[in-house]
Design a protein around this ligand. Structure first.
Ligand code: CP3
Length: 345
C-alpha cells in the first residue's frame, strides 16, 4: 500500500518526513466560522448534519484555518440511530425520546438494509468533500463503537456512568446481547457505506468504553468491536479505534484489531508504545485543556509528546479527546504549527 499522505503513511507505520496532526472535533463551536454556518437558516445542529453543502463547508474550515493533515466528516455518532427508529434531538446534548429498555424495544429497532439510502446525506457529504479536496488531505469517516452508541440508546441522554446500560448488561445479558448485535450490524453497514462513498480512513469512537473494568471490557465490548472491525471492507483503509480511558487495558483494546489506537492523556505515550509493540500505530494524546495554556507551554507539551514517541514510525499527533468549545483558535493553530516544525526531518 503506497500513498502520498503523511497521515495515511503513519497509520500504516511507514516513515514520514514530519508527524501528521489533526484534532478530534476539529469542526465546531470554538470556530466563529462554524458558528456562522451553523446559524445560517436558523436550523438545528441536526439540520446542519443533513445539509451536504453546509456540512461539507464546516468540514473544510479547519483544513483551511489550522493546516491539519486530515479532514473528518462532519456528522455525529448518533445520526445513524435515527433510521433505526429512535427519535433524536440535540439540546445541545443528545436526547432520545424513547430509550431502549425491553426486548420489545430491541425487536422494534430497524437495521436498514441500505444505509446509503437511510442516511443519504452522509454519502452526499463524502462525495462532495472528495471532489473539494482532490488530493489535498485524506478524509476520515467515523462512527460510534457499539457500546458507546448503546450508552445513549439505553440511557436516552448523556450521563456520568450510564448506569441504565450497565444494569441491563449485568442483569439481562440476552437483552444486552440482542441490542449489541443489532447495533454492531448497523454500524458495519454504516461504516462500509462510508468507505464505499469515498472515506479514506475510518475512526471508531468508543468514548465510554473506559467505563468498564478490563474483565468486563473483554466480555461486554471486545466481541462486538472485533466483529465490527472484522466486518469492514478495510482493504487499503486504515481503521483507528479510540477508547477514552482505555489506558489501563491497552492489551485488550489492541485485540480489537484496529491499525491505529487512539490514546487519551492519562497514559504516557512512550510507555503505551513500549507495551503495545511496533505492529500497531498510535494517535494522541495532548490533554485538550493544554490549549488554554500560554503558547510556550503548548510548545513544550508538544515537544514532550514527540519525545515520548521518539523516532518510532506509526505516530499521529492529536488531542487525547475533543477540542473544547472555548479554546482560542489561535492556540490550536499554534499547536499544529509546533507539531509540524518540531518533527520536521
Ligand atoms: O469535527 C469533528 O470531529 C466531526 C464532528 C463530530 C461531532 N460529534 C459534531 C458535534 C464528531 C466526530 C462527533 C462525535 C461524537 N458525538 C462523539 C464521540 C467523540 C467524543 O467527543 O466523545 C460523541 C460521544 C457524540 C455525542 C454528542 N454530540 C454529544 C455528547 C454532544 C453534545 C456535547 C457537545 O460536544 O456539544 C453532541 C453534539 C455535537 N456533535 C456538536 C458537534 C459540533 C455540537 C452541536 C452544536 O453545534 O451545537
Amino acid at each position: 500500500m503506497t500513498t502520498e499522505y503523511n497521515f495515511i503513511k503513519a497509520c500504516w507505520g511507514q516513515p514520514v518526513d514530519r508527524v501528521p496532526v489533526w484534532l478530534m472535533r476539529q469542526a465546531g463551536r470554538y470556530l466563529k466560522q462554524y458558528k456562522e454556518v451553523r446559524a445560517q437558516g436558523g436550523g438545528t445542529f441536526l439540520d446542519l448534519c443533513k445539509d451536504p453543502a453546509r456540512a461539507a463547508e464546516v468540514t473544510i474550515q479547519p483544513i483551511d484555518l489550522l493546516d491539519v493533515d486530515a479532514a473528518i466528516l462532519f456528522s455525529d455518532i448518533l445520526t445513524p440511530i435515527e433510521p433505526m427508529g429512535m427519535k433524536l434531538d440535540f439540546v445541545p446534548g443528545p436526547v432520545f425520546e424513547n430509550p431502549i429498555r425491553t426486548i420489545a424495544d430491541v425487536d422494534a429497532l430497524v437495521v436498514p438494509e441500505n444505509m446509503a439510502e437511510a442516511v443519504s446525506y452522509v454519502p452526499a457529504i463524502i462525495k462532495r468533500l472528495r471532489v473539494a479536496f482532490e488530493n489535498r488531505v485524506p478524509l476520515i469517516g467515523f462512527g460510534g463503537a457499539p457500546f458507546t452508541l448503546a450508552c445513549y440508546m439505553v440511557e436516552g441522554k448523556g450521563s456520568k456512568d450510564f448506569a441504565s446500560l450497565k444494569q441491563m448488561m449485568y442483569s439481562d445479558f440476552p437483552l444486552y446481547d440482542a441490542l449489541m448485535q443489532k447495533i454492531t450490524e448497523m454500524d458495519r453497514r454504516y461504516l462500509n457505506m462510508q468507505i464505499e462513498a469515498g472515506a479514506q480512513t475510518i475512526q471508531i469512537f468508543d468514548t465510554w468504553g473506559g467505563l468498564l473494568a478490563p474483565h468486563d471490557y473483554e466480555r461486554y465490548i471486545l466481541p462486538y468491536i472485533q466483529q465490527l472491525i472484522n466486518g469492514l471492507n478495510r482493504d487499503g483503509i486504515p481503521i483507528i479505534y479510540f477508547v477514552k480511558h482505555g489506558g489501563t487495558m491497552l492489551e485488550l483494546v489492541k485485540e480489537a484489531g484496529s491499525d491505529v489506537l487512539g490514546l487519551d492523556w492519562h497514559v504516557n505515550l512512550g510507555k503505551a508504545r513500549d507495551l503495545l509493540g511496533n505492529d500497531v500505530a498510535v494517535q494522541g494524546n495532548l490533554d485538550p485543556t493544554v490549549l488554554y495554556a500560554p503558547k510556550e507551554y503548548i510548545e513544550k507539551e508538544v515537544q514532550r509528546i514527540l519525545d515520548e514517541n521518539g523516532d518510532r514510525p506509526g505516530f499521529i499527533f492529536n488531542l487525547g479527546h475533543g477540542i473544547l468549545p472555548t479554546v482560542p483558535p489561535e492556540n490550536a493553530i499554534h499547536m499544529v504549527e509546533c507539531v509540524h516544525r518540531l518533527s520536521q526531518k
